[in-house]
Design a protein around this ligand. Structure first.
Ligand SMILES: NC(=O)c1ccc[n+]([C@@H]2O[C@H](COP(=O)([O-])OP(=O)(O)OC[C@H]3O[C@@H](n4cnc5c(N)ncnc54)[C@H](O)[C@@H]3O)[C@@H](O)[C@H]2O)c1
Length: 383
């Protein structure tokens, strides 16, 4: 029988909700491009309810306990108790919003660990080289929140360019000084917008921005089909360095791996247009923390927004909390109630496959059998 260690974020301060702002969720028939939605044999939760915090348990308890497995759910990811649980666990589940960092040292101290599931997308909180070395399978719920993030990116681009957050702050403060706000407010129309990576999120961002009458650019290791480039009027660039000098707005939608770590440092940012906006909902360490602060101070960047930090949770004195012209949120974009229903179902699907000994979908795999596999082979690299 397996011990499953599930690390989730804390419940709301006022306790687990007993009612919600809306009744239910819209029904989707599939993902763009034809990938099917998660298809577990059953679910023990109500879609639209809070599942990603400790009391929500991703809706997994009944399913696992009925089969005789042990489920430990905790928000505690950094104590001795976590280390003790980890030493006994066959499966570790965590969400990128509240990542249980599975470093090489921790993996070495977890002799029973066989499966690390990301309830979400982005498995960089697992040391993939160590997972490969120790034969640990890494799987994530590909596509579960890609559209959620794409919506957040569009929101953040518009908020920065139009200077929405300071305008809202003016209202909260009881003020009406229009000039203070509009002195940094522009239209997106006519701008050049580029994405670093045009996978599930990046392409969805491009599609959503098309009606804003902007010029669209992208770079990716895998070029999009010619008909997609034509449909959206895309300009392809061989790498980020070739793309960013052309862009007023840059959005980052690549995984964090050796090719992308530290990409947006002083050097690359210096080649951007003065007053460009940078939106990074991918992973914090794709950008150099202090270079971002410097670029906002100097005016090289007019704004920075995103929801990804390092480490997570971000310490109270993290400089991105107080830097100028930022539109940061905590890591929430991929954890809307809509997304939670999909990744809870996808996590259940992965566990059903694991426990029944049937194959996990190819697109959910990041590492399997001692190598990058599935989406991992497509989108990541090793050291
Ligand atoms: N903020 C959030 O809540 C949140 C939620 C989901 C995903 N994410 C992040 O977004 C990433 C992308 O998600 P997705 O669903 O689009 O994944 P995806 O696998 O569909 O797309 C990733 C794309 O990145 C490209 N890529 C990889 N390395 C590259 C490089 N060096 N240069 C250019 N392109 C490169 C790949 O070719 C692929 O097209 C995730 O890995 C994760 O880090 C964040």
């Amino acid at each position: 029988m397996a011990k499953v260690l599930c690390v989730l974020y804390d419940d709301p301060i006022g306790g687990h909700p007993d009612s919600y702002a809306r009744d239910g969720l819209p029904e989707l028939s599939g993902y763009p491009g034809g990938q099917t939605l998660p298809s577990p044999k059953g679910i023990d939760f109500t879609p639209g309810h809070l599942l990603g915090s400790v009391s929500g348990e991703l809706g997994l308890r009944r399913f696992l306990e009925e089969r005789g497995h042990t489920l430990v759910v905790t928000s505690d990811k950094d104590s001795d108790r976590f280390e003790r649980e980890l030493a006994e666990a066959e499966v570790v589940i965590s969400q990128p919003f509240w990542p249980a960092y599975l470093t090489a040292e921790r993996i070495a101290r977890a002799p029973k660990l066989k499966l690390a599931v990301t309830a979400g997308i982005g498995s960089d909180h697992v040391d993939l080289d160590a997972a490969i070395e120790h034969g640990v399978t890494v799987a994530e719920v590909t596509y579960c929140n890609s559209i959620s993030v794409a919506e957040h990116v569009v929101m953040m681009i518009l908020s920065l360019v139009r200077n929405y957050l300071p305008a809202h702050r003016t209202v909260l403060d009881g003020g009406w000084n229009i000039a203070d706000v509009v002195a940094r407010s522009y239209d997106l129309e006519g701008m050049d917008v580029g994405t670093v990576a045009a996978g599930r999120i990046g392409l969805a961002v491009l599609r959503r921005l098309k009606p804003f009458d902007v010029r669209l650019h992208y770079t990716d290791r895998h070029r999009l089909p010619a008909e997609v480039e034509e449909e959206l009027g895309l300009t392809f660039h061989p790498d980020a360095a070739a793309m960013v000098p052309h862009c007023d707005v840059v959005t980052v939608n690549a995984p964090l791996h050796p090719e992308t770590e530290g990409l947006f440092g002083d050097e690359l940012i210096a080649t951007m247009k003065r007053g460009a906006y940078l939106i990074n909902t991918a992973r914090a360490r794709i950008a150099d923390r202090d270079a971002i602060v410097r670029a906002l101070d100097s005016g090289q960047l007019a704004g920075y927004a995103g929801d990804v930090w390092y480490p997570q949770p971000a310490p109270a004195d993290h400089p991105w909390r107080s830097m100028r012209h930022h539109g940061m949120t905590p890591h929430i974009s991929g954890s809307s109630l809509s997304a939670q229903a999909r990744y809870a179902a996808g996590t259940r699907e992965i566990l059903e496959c694991w426990l029944d000994g049937t194959p996990i979908r190819e697109e959910y795999l990041i590492v399997e059998g001692g190598a990058l596999a599935g989406t991992g082979a497509h989108s990541y690299s090793t050291r």
